[in-house]
Ligand binder design. Structure first.
Ligand code: MN
Length: 321
């Protein structure tokens, strides 16, 4: 998915200064962002109070939306740089096309993992016909400096490893959890897992105390470390945890996101992650000139123009928010 926010702002993220070294319970509220004409998404990262969780740098939660009589998701070709995108669905399907020639329909509990590396462009749309409901999350992972120039690539996995406990099925989307490892390519120590809880479940998951974590609530009524989470909200958990207590009042769907704190300071703007404002400006120009990000074939519509860069030069944020 693209960041369709027309008032795209430059933001500096990453660095140890933002990481909480001990366990905390910090509730993050979503910001509602319109996506196209008929839908909106709930943006959890970057958030006013928190920019990243490990290398996770962007989290949108959308739906469930009834799109029976709607076009659904229609995101025209747009570029990415310096990141991976993770498409994760609970309902519906997304048709993905990209400039490496990939054409894939991503369905619930399948991993669509796109590594932009230095440059890629893609489109995402609800196919025709499509399922009635669309519900999912779109996430970005920042690439560390040593790997952010890798070749663009797209991976699609339909069968991911799971970890189970009474009342819990955890699907490992990215990285490793409790000894199970996703086949998706990663470039930093990270984990992303879908947690499906059944009503009445009371269990816990083992965590790595060196990772920082957050949990996104997608559906149902669950308590994470004792905190009730409404769908569309996220709980930041800090570092230093060896386990995560979970309880479900109803069937519930959560996403666990974690990773080693991302030490490098990054600059995010629109669909790009870079290290300097110059790099961002060059990427924007490269997209508008049509040369650098390749071509998405088969999408019925014009590519997305880049928003205007803010006129004021970027100022680095302090280490303490
Ligand atoms: Mn995108």
């Amino acid at each position: 998915m693209s960041n369709l926010d027309r008032q795209a702002t430059l933001s500096v993220c990453g660095g140890r200064g933002f990481v909480v070294a001990e366990p905390v319970r910090e509730l993050l509220s979503p910001r509602r962002v319109p996506l196209g004409e008929s839908t909106e998404v709930r943006r959890l990262l970057p958030n006013l109070g928190r920019r990243m969780v490990g290398a996770w740098a962007f989290v949108d939660h959308y739906g469930p939306d009834d799109i029976a009589d709607e076009p659904g998701m229609q995101v025209p070709p747009h570029p990415h740089m310096g990141l991976q995108t993770v498409s994760w669905l609970h309902d519906g399907e997304v048709l993905h096309r990209d400039s490496t020639g990939s054409l894939a329909t991503i369905r619930p509990r399948e991993l669509g993992l796109m590594t932009s590396g230095r440059a890629i462009s893609h489109s995402e749309e609800s196919p025709r016909p499509h399922a009635r409901f669309l519900h999912g999350a779109q996430l970005w992972v920042a690439l560390p400096d040593a790997h952010r120039q890798v070749e663009p690539d797209f991976e699609h996995y339909t069968d991911l490893p799971t970890v189970t406990a009474p009342g819990l099925t955890a699907t490992v989307v990215l990285g490793s959890l409790d000894g199970a490892t996703s086949p998706g390519t990663t470039y930093s120590p990270i984990v992303g897992a879908d947690l499906a809880l059944t009503r009445g479940a009371e269990t816990s998951l083992p965590l790595d105390p060196d990772f920082e974590y957050a949990v996104l609530a997608m559906s149902g009524e669950a308590h994470v470390d004792g905190v009730p989470l409404m769908p569309g909200s996220m709980l930041y958990l800090g570092c230093g945890r060896t386990e995560l207590p979970l309880r479900a009042e109803s069937d519930a769907g959560l996403m666990l996101l974690g990773g080693e704190p991302f030490e490098e300071e990054i600059i995010m703007w629109w669909n790009f992650i870079g290290r300097s404002q110059q790099e961002i400006e060059d990427a924007r120009r490269g997209w508008m000139e049509g040369a650098r990000f390749g071509e998405v074939k088969g999408y019925d519509g014009a590519p997305l123009p880049a928003p205007t860069l803010p006129p004021t030069p970027l100022k680095a944020r302090g280490r303490v928010r």
